[in-house]
Design a protein around this ligand. Structure first.
Ligand code: AMP
Length: 285
C-alpha cells in the first residue's frame, strides 16, 4: 500500500493509475476504520482497477462542542485494515496540507441541508461539501464510494457532483451492521456496555416503521412515525432527536407514503450521537 500525506502526490498517483488504463475507486473516510469501511473498500476492489481511500478528520464539518478533538485517531491500525481490504493508495493529509488557513471560498450544501442532521448540526454539510469537493478535485475522474449509513450526506454528495459537474460517478454502499442490528460507526466506541446494549433500538424503530409500510400497508406517514416512536421511546438510555419518513430524493418529511420512503432516526445514547436509516417500499396492492 502506498501512503501519502501530500495532496499533489495523491493527485499524481491517481493520474498515473488512469494513464495506465485503470479505473479509480475512491472512498473518503475519517479513519477509525470498521467493518463498514472494510466492506466498502472490498466493494471498490471488486469494481475498480485502482483502490484509493483518504483518512482525514475534517475540522470544517465539526461544530463547536462536537467531538473533533476526541474523534478516534488510529493510523497504524487503519493502514493495516485498509491494506487487508484491498486499498492500494491511502491519502492521509495533515490538516495544514488540506487547509493551510481556513478556506475563504467554500461550498454550500443548500436546501438539502436544512433538514434533519443539517438542522441539528449547523454548518456540518457545508463542511462536508467543501472537503468532498476538494478531495474529489484531487482524486480526479473516479468512482467515489459513499455509505447509505449517512443518507443525507449521500444525497447531498450526489447533488454536489451533478450541480458542479464533477467528473465522478457516485456509488452508494449498503449499511453494514453489527449482528444485533446496530449500524457500524466509529462513534460506537463512545458507548458504555449498557449503552451499547441499548443502541440497537434505533434499528428496531426503523424496522417497526418499515413493517408498518410494507406489511401493515400504512400510508399515513404520521402513523408510521408513531410506530417508530413507540419503539424508540421504550428505551430510557436513548434521547431520540427525530424519527421520520422522508422523500428519498428531497429529504422532505412525507405526509403520505405512496412510493419508496426513507426512514431516518437520530438520537443520543450517552456521549454518542447515533444516526441510522432504511428504505421502505409500499407493496403493490
Ligand atoms: P466516516 O469515516 O464515518 O466519515 O465514513 C466514511 C464513509 O463510510 C462514508 O461514506 C460513510 O457513509 C461510510 N460508512 C460509515 N459507516 C458505514 C456503515 N456502517 N456501513 C457502510 N458504510 C459506512
Amino acid at each position: 500500500v502506498i501512503v501519502t500525506e501530500e495532496p499533489e502526490h495523491f493527485r499524481r498517483l491517481m493520474d498515473d493509475a488512469r494513464s495506465s488504463g485503470r479505473a479509480v475507486g475512491f472512498h473518503p473516510t475519517m479513519g477509525a476504520l470498521h467493518g463498514g469501511h472494510r466492506a466498502n473498500i472490498r466493494q471498490m476492489a471488486a469494481e475498480c482497477g485502482t483502490v484509493a481511500i483518504s483518512i482525514f478528520v475534517n475540522p470544517l464539518q465539526f461544530g463547536p462542542g462536537e467531538d473533533f478533538s476526541s474523534y478516534p485517531r488510529q493510523l497504524d491500525a487503519d493502514l493495516a485494515t485498509a491494506e487487508q481490504a484491498g486499498a492500494e493508495v491511502v491519502f492521509v493529509p495533515a490538516p495544514d496540507a488540506m487547509f493551510p488557513s481556513p478556506p475563504l471560498v467554500t461550498v454550500r450544501a443548500g436546501a438539502l441541508a436544512d433538514h434533519w442532521e443539517g438542522r441539528r448540526r449547523p454548518g456540518h454539510f457545508d463542511g462536508v461539501a467543501t472537503v468532498v469537493t476538494k478531495l474529489l478535485a484531487l482524486a480526479g475522474p473516479c468512482h467515489a464510494y459513499f455509505g447509505e449509513k449517512d443518507y443525507q450526506q449521500l444525497v447531498i454528495v450526489r447533488r454536489l457532483v451533478t450541480d458542479l459537474s464533477l467528473p465522478v460517478v457516485v456509488v452508494a454502499c449498503p449499511t453494514v451492521r453489527e449482528t444485533d442490528g446496530l449500524a457500524m460507526s466509529s462513534r460506537n466506541r463512545y458507548l458504555s456496555e449498557a449503552e451499547r446494549a441499548a443502541s440497537p433500538v434505533l434499528y428496531w424503530s426503523l424496522l417497526a416503521g418499515k413493517r408498518a409500510i410494507e406489511e401493515k400497508r400504512v400510508t399515513d406517514a404520521a402513523r408510521v412515525e408513531e410506530e417508530m416512536l413507540a419503539v424508540a421511546g421504550a428505551e430510557p438510555l436513548l434521547q431520540l432527536e427525530y424519527a421520520a419518513a422522508v422523500d428519498p430524493a428531497t429529504l422532505a418529511q412525507l405526509s403520505t407514503v405512496d412510493g419508496t420512503a426513507r426512514l431516518m432516526v437520530a438520537g443520543r445514547v450517552g456521549g454518542a450521537r447515533l444516526i441510522d436509516n432504511v428504505s421502505a417500499e409500499p407493496q403493490e396492492a
